[in-house]
Design a protein around this ligand. Structure first.
Ligand code: GUN
Ligand code: ZN
Length: 443
């Protein structure tokens, strides 16, 4: 693996290629698949992609050719919602969201006051993401400024495109995790200055959720959001029925939970809302009108018993949707496992979520929702060369099932439903191999 080597060497990868020009549910022509494809990469960016036959002429004697025939290259997965400090408490059982936060989440997040502990966890977390083929994620840190510094430093050291932010939380949580409207504002402003747009790092304003922020804190967050229109926003909304009731008490006079965030100017493009389960049509319409994005986190919603996100209604009403793992409420870092459970959640609502659509949601659809469509989530020329090599022979069962697939959709469906980290053969970020399945892990 050449993690840090800088090279302008042109490298070509011969494999099956999958990419998307749009939502495959809206247009069948949006899915681009090459059975025998070539992806040409140089200096961290894609130079070309297409059929091997058409591009073979561009293979100059100095181009290194990697023969990955039989494998599938897709753009790196994008996980739009997860918490790196919760790595250490994934799979902790509780009777629902609020007791889970009290019993496991808050005590675990306390440890991130220590920069060295935060950095060690961030490194483990990034190894885990890359092992699952995720090259970009929207990541919650803790309330501690140093937890964000540690995360960004770990991401920058590997030249990953990550989006993260310090949690804002000034009430209804233990004293040891509390900031104030002013300190949260000052710390966030300082972190934006330090990290937003530095190399491949991007900042997200991160009010945890309305119950743990005073109106003054949401107001301050709205002020920062206005001053930085290209900064991301991430929070939770309408995840759990007890939480929804609590918000109605804490913020009386609002039409809905979502309306609280709306009131403070937090609905806009690049604002990503985790869960969005207990929404009505007006909420969904408001999300669509403002360009805010819903992050659907099925493994978490099933694990915590939060409810079932309605992906069909979301699409009908024009609400942008992407997928998230929500680790540690979610039970897997794998976007393939997340697709598996998204499919089942859709089934319970009588809707069919196709494999092509799930791969789109985890790549180009997410990039488009985040306003990064030309940068990530695509194998198009000039895009950053973040991609994953998937192995349809990863296990005897996946090999047996994919061999019997009668269409591309069936083949991808088997990969999505049976896939996990074993399916990820290699992961590339900015043209460098940052994970190889059979190599020894560093963390
Ligand atoms: N709501 C507020 N905080 C959290 C969290 O850490 N995880 C989840 N799933 N929901 C939340
Ligand atoms: Zn979450």
């Amino acid at each position: 693996m050449s993690r840090h080597a800088h090279t302008a060497q042109r490298v070509a990868y011969r494999a099956k290629l999958l990419g998307f020009a749009g939502d495959p549910e809206r247009s069948a022509a949006a899915t681009h698949f090459e059975e025998d494809g070539l992806l040409i990469v140089e200096d961290g960016h894609v130079v070309a992609n297409g059929s091997y036959a058409a591009l073979a002429a561009q293979l100059t004697p100095t181009t290194e050719l990697r023969d990955l025939r039989g494998k599938l290259i897709v753009p790196g997965f994008i996980d739009t919602h997860l918490h790196y400090p919760q790595t250490d408490m994934i799979a902790s059982p509780a009777p629902g969201l609020l007791p889970w936060l009290e019993r496991y989440t808050f005590p675990t997040e306390r440890r991130f006051i220590e920069g060295a502990y935060a950095r060690e966890t961030a490194d483990f977390f990034l190894d885990e993401l890359l092992a699952c083929g995720t090259t970009t994620a929207l990541v919650y840190c803790t309330v501690h400024k140093q937890s964000a510094d540690a995360f960004f430093a770990a991401s920058e050291a590997r030249n990953l495109r990550m989006i993260a932010g310090k949690v804002l939380m000034d009430r209804n949580c233990p004293e040891f995790l509390r900031d104030t409207a002013q300190s949260g504002y000052d710390d966030s402003a300082e972190l934006i200055e330090r990290w937003h747009g530095r190399g491949r790092q991007l900042y997200a304003l991160t009010p945890r959720f309305a119950p743990t922020s005073t109106p003054a804190q949401l107001e301050a967050c709205g002020t920062l959001a206005k001053a930085h229109p290209d900064v991301f926003i991430q929070t939770h909304v309408a995840e759990n029925v007890d939480e929804v009731k609590w918000v109605a008490q804490l913020y009386p006079g609002h039409r809905s939970y979502l309306d609280v965030y709306d009131r403070y100017g937090l609905l806009r493009p690049r604002a990503v809302y985790g869960h969005c389960i207990h929404f009505d049509d007006e909420d969904r319409t408001r999300m669509a009108q403002t360009g805010a994005v819903a992050s659907h986190c099925p493994t978490s919603n099933l694990f915590l018993g939060s409810g079932l996100f309605d992906v069909a209604k979301a699409s009908e009403q024009g609400m942008a949707v992407a997928l998230g793992t929500d680790v540690g409420g979610g039970t897997s870092f794998s976007m393939l496992r997340t697709m598996n459970e998204a499919h089942k959640v859709a089934r319970l609502a009588g809707h069919h979520l196709s494999a092509t659509r799930m791969f789109w949601l985890a790549t180009a659809g997410a990039a488009q929702a985040l306003g990064l469509a030309d940068t990530i989530g695509t194998l198009a020329p000039q895009a950053e060369a973040d991609f994953v090599v998937l192995d349809p022979q990863a296990t005897p069962l996946v090999a047996r099932r994919t061999e019997r697939a009668e269409s591309l959709e069936e083949w991808l469906f088997a990969l999505a439903l049976l896939g996990d980290d074993r399916t990820v053969f290699e992961t590339y970020s900015a043209g460098h191999c940052v994970h190889r399945r059979d190599a020894k892990r560093r963390h």
